[in-house]
Design a protein around this ligand. Structure first.
Ligand code: GLC
Length: 652
């Protein structure tokens, strides 16, 4: 849409920065012009009532233009290539890993020496957990940032990061980092100046003289870390005020009612984009807008702010995709893909957190019906957006799926959830799992689950008990859980250490600032001696690594695993078996997973439920070819085994 006064402002800036010559500049001008109307509308819907709204908008526009001006030629070229065709990030060629630089490789220099490790495994997207400066001691694993633009000296310097990145580019790899968008550390400059009494900076946060407004908020807000950080406000002695701290007491929530906050954070988003970040993980986006009388999460304004952010990014740094870390209920998560005119224009990626949790649900119950019942909601993802699929990450596993899905499978939701929590924390008789409970809320009885993939799948217990059969079963479970995440659609992101089978580590209990947070139990310290065992034939490490690598190879060679809204689920033929279909032009694949410790029978009909009736099925996992039997006959899946069956024509 054209708006004379807005476009005149844009034109003035284009002239001032002499942007009407080169092709890449012209492309930028076109994108900015196309988005300017909505950028203005959205911005003014938040800030239009303020006396300095116009100046704030001019400042925003100039921030966008400067981001383009500061973008180097190589990144602009990469942008053009990335946005020329269907979104680059839907490709089945991408495969991610998430890691802590220090725990994985000591520091960024160390990471540089490990790049070939990723190439060998097939990883080409690296999520480096928070890298920017955070206070020593308590920092929520770096999610309390004290300097958004300085690499934490523990990891090295900006030059070290640039070197890592160059090494990654030489290997065709992509970089993902976090922007901690909802809060800053209480040691960050704005917070320090607020503490020192500067009113201008106190307005960057939610600061109050007494408990009146905080008490109003508390009536309806939830608690994120009820054990470690109850309540949502913290008293700040230095300035005798209360500040909103939804996460920990040292993480101060930013106040997006202030246009300076929006523009300052946008400037940081662009700073990361111009470092060459390919995927920006927006931490905790669900909480960025607060409103008394609500839960202050998932509010309509939150979506509008994110859409505004997306419009700005698409204009200036369009090659950078946005990942929203919205770990919410399925329907709420879907809202972060945008709606109405903005469907598909909010976050490019979201975590498929409910799917992750549902895999754990199926593994515990040996029943895939809850997972199946939930798919109707998750399948509504708009074309052109994608999921991050994963088996677990640095955070806990919350049972973030709907009670309706549990009820549809015939279970009572509260007791079902309790069973899953008990199962993984080892509180069910004979449970193979060695996990823990995180953020137990005594008021609601809620809790989330912690533990490494291997420990949750029973490897820790099996090895302790020297039980060969259980060891075998746990390895199968580990590999099956990973396969599910690799093939179900989206960009899979492995958590480091899981490719080797790392188990829980209780060392965190001895470390102040960590001991109260058992998520540290599943964030391993990598021992490269141990990782070297991946090359020793016959070791558990070698088995898990080799299987993981093979799965990645299969994913990369099959275009049906690109995320083109090409996923369909089979009805429950057998409650123990999950079956989904993936297809692309010229390729149809049926993936079947047995979540039970017994052999499971699956009717051959499942393989012809969608698309062509295959003459032959080629299993990419075993290398075997099958001739499908009649509908009422069965294919048998071994315990915790899975198959990736490609439909084939009979060879003449
Ligand atoms: C996100 C992070 C989590 C952190 C929280 C607060 O949920 O994944 O680790 O505790 O944000 O920043």
């Amino acid at each position: 849409m054209f708006d004379y006064s807005v476009h005149r402002k844009v034109l003035r800036l284009i002239r001032r920065y002499a942007l009407a010559e080169k092709d890449t500049d012209l492309n930028f001008c076109q994108r900015l012009n196309a988005n300017a109307y909505f950028i203005h509308q959205f911005f003014m819907s938040f800030y239009g009532h303020l006396s300095d709204a116009d100046a704030a908008f001019n400042n925003l526009l100039e921030t966008i233009v400067k981001a383009h001006v500061n973008r180097n030629a190589a990144l602009r070229k990469r942008d053009e290539a990335k946005i020329a065709d269907i979104p680059w990030f839907l490709s089945n060629d991408l495969m991610g890993m998430s890691l802590y630089v220090d725990r994985f490789a000591g520091d960024l220099k160390g990471l540089h020496t490990r790049l070939d490790y990723f190439t060998d495994l097939g990883i080409n997207v690296l999520h480096l957990m928070p890298l920017f400066q955070s206070p020593p001691g308590e920092s929520d694993g770096g999610y309390a940032v004290s300097d958004f633009k300085k690499i934490d000296p523990r990891f090295g310097t900006m030059d070290d990061l640039i070197r890592v990145q160059q090494g990654m580019l030489e290997r065709d790899m992509y970089l993902m980092v976090d922007i901690v968008y909802n809060h800053t550390s209480d040691q960050q400059e704005w917070a320090l100046r607020a503490k020192a009494g500067e009113k201008g900076y106190q307005d960057y946060f939610f600061m109050y003289d007494d408990r009146t407004i905080p008490d109003e908020y508390e009536k309806t807000m939830k608690e994120i870390f009820p054990e470690a950080a109850p309540g949502n406000f913290t008293y700040v002695q230095e300035c005798d005020k209360w500040v909103m701290t939804v996460f920990h007491h040292y993480q101060w929530d930013l106040n997006y009612r202030n246009p300076r906050v929006f523009t300052a954070m946008l400037e940081i988003v662009f700073f990361y984009a111009n470092l060459g970040v390919d995927i920006l993980r927006i931490d905790a986006p669900a909480f960025i807008w607060k409103e008394v009388g609500t839960t202050s999460s998932n509010l309509p304004q939150t979506h509008k702010l994110l859409q505004l952010l997306k419009l700005c990014v698409r204009a200036a740094t369009p090659g950078m995709a946005l990942l929203g870390e919205a770990i919410q209920r399925p329907r709420q998560i879907m809202e972060y893909f945008g709606d109405g005119l903005f469907l598909g224009h909010e976050c490019d990626f979201l975590y498929k957190a409910p799917q992750m949790a549902l895999q754990w649900d199926a593994l515990a119950t040996r029943d895939t019906r809850v997972m199946l019942a939930q798919q109707e909601v998750l399948l509504k993802k708009p074309y052109g957006t994608s999921w991050i699929t994963y088996t677990r990450c640095h955070d806990d596993i919350g049972l973030g799926y709907d009670d309706e899905a549990i009820a549809a499978a015939g279970y009572d939701p509260p007791s079902h959830r309790k069973f899953i929590r008990d199962f993984y924390s080892g509180n069910v008789f004979n449970s193979p799992s060695r996990g823990g409970l995180f953020s137990v809320n005594p008021k609601t009885g809620d809790a989330r689950i912690t533990g490494t993939l291997a420990s949750l799948c029973g490897l820790e217990r099996a090895l302790e008990e020297n039980n060969a059969e259980e060891t075998e079963m746990s390895i199968r479970k580990i590999i099956m859980m990973q396969a599910f995440s690799f093939f179900v659609g989206g960009l899979p992101v492995l958590f480091y250490g899981d490719e080797i089978g790392y188990m829980n580590d209780n060392e965190y209990l001895q470390i102040p600032g960590k001991s109260y947070d058992n998520r540290w139990m599943h964030r391993p310290m990598i021992s490269w001696e141990r990782n070297a065992k991946k090359d020793e034939e016959g070791t558990i490490e070698a088995r898990i690594y080799k299987a993981t690598k093979e799965l990645i190879e299969i994913r990369k060679k099959m275009a049906a695993f690109a995320d083109y809204s090409n996923l369909a689920w089979s009805m429950a033929h057998n409650i123990h078996v999950a079956v989904f279909h993936r297809h692309t032009e010229g390729q149809e694949v049926v993936c079947a997973f047995n979540f039970s410790p017994e052999p499971a029978f699956l009717t051959w009909y499942a393989f012809r439920e969608y698309g062509a009736a295959p003459e032959l099925l080629y299993d990419h996992i075993t290398g075997q070819t099958y001739r499908p039997g009649p509908d009422e006959a069965y294919f048998v899946l071994e315990p915790y085994r899975f198959h990736v069956m490609e439909k084939m024509k009979r060879q003449e």
